[in-house]
Design a protein around this ligand. Structure first.
Ligand SMILES: [Ca+2]
Ligand SMILES: [Ca+2]
Ligand SMILES: [Ca+2]
Ligand SMILES: [Ca+2]
Length: 228
């Protein structure tokens, strides 16, 4: 079974790499593309092939399951790793948004992205969150899922905090955006950004040692990748 998966993956990769190379060859006459064979994240898949595969060229493990994109039989899916039980969470999800977002810091509309508003119900700061989320394409039934540990992201005692999954820009702009508190990277080649079909999004948000808290939200057809 592993061998079959590997063969299938290798075939898909060869196809994608072939597409990337032929695209480059066509473009080469008009304008050389020096970045054609660049593998920014070092996972063994060139950036251009990652676009075709639907994986993230700036993340060697797009779905966060610990398996490198090149070795992962399904690089944009994993089962939910969160334990279902545990003590009641000391926070609530106030709001889950997938479109019509508003950047409160910059006081203007932001491009559609995932966003959670979380409220800490205790006086102590909370740190140690992880998020599992799935995106189901209502039209095709295809499901993508991702897992992220949110590192030092903190929700201050008795306060609210926003978490944005909107860092999809490449290169230096990404590095700048990643430094903003509460902003995390999302797969720029995932279905959320690449198709305008309606989506169902499930968030499973967990603080270490506690039961997860879930929220679901539906994204209407159309509107992907554009500002409100
Ligand atoms: Ca790569
Ligand atoms: Ca990658
Ligand atoms: Ca993976
Ligand atoms: Ca996977």
């Amino acid at each position: 079974m592993m061998k079959l998966n590997t063969l299938v993956l290798t075939g898909a990769l060869a196809l994608c790499m072939g597409l990337a190379i032929s695209t480059h060859a066509l473009a080469a006459d008009a304008k050389p593309t020096p970045a054609a064979n660049v593998d920014t994240d070092g996972d063994g898949i060139p950036d251009q092939a990652e676009v075709v595969l639907g994986t993230d060229p700036e993340d060697p493990d797009t779905d966060g399951d610990g398996i490198n994109d090149r070795e992962d039989p399904n690089p944009t899916f994993l089962e939910n790793p969160h334990a279902k039980d545990g003590a009641p969470a000391p926070f609530v999800i106030v709001k889950a948004q997938v479109e019509d977002n508003y950047d409160f810091a910059k006081k203007k509309d932001a491009p559609d992205h995932f966003e959670l508003l979380v409220k800490n119900n205790t006086p102590a700061d909370l740190v140690g969150f992880s998020l599992y989320y799935s995106v189901t394409d209502v039209k095709t039934g295809k499901v993508e899922a991702y897992y992220k540990k949110l590192g030092q992201f903190a929700v201050p005692g008795n306060k609210e905090a926003r978490i944005h999954f909107d860092t999809t820009t490449p290169g230096p702009a990404r590095a700048t955006a990643a430094k903003e508190a509460g902003h995390f990277r999302a797969n720029p080649n995932g279905s959320y950004y690449k198709t305008t079909n309606a989506k169902k999004v499930l968030f499973d948000f967990k603080l270490d040692g506690y039961a997860p808290v879930q929220a679901t939200v539906e994204k209407a057809e159309g509107g992907a990748e554009t500002n409100d």
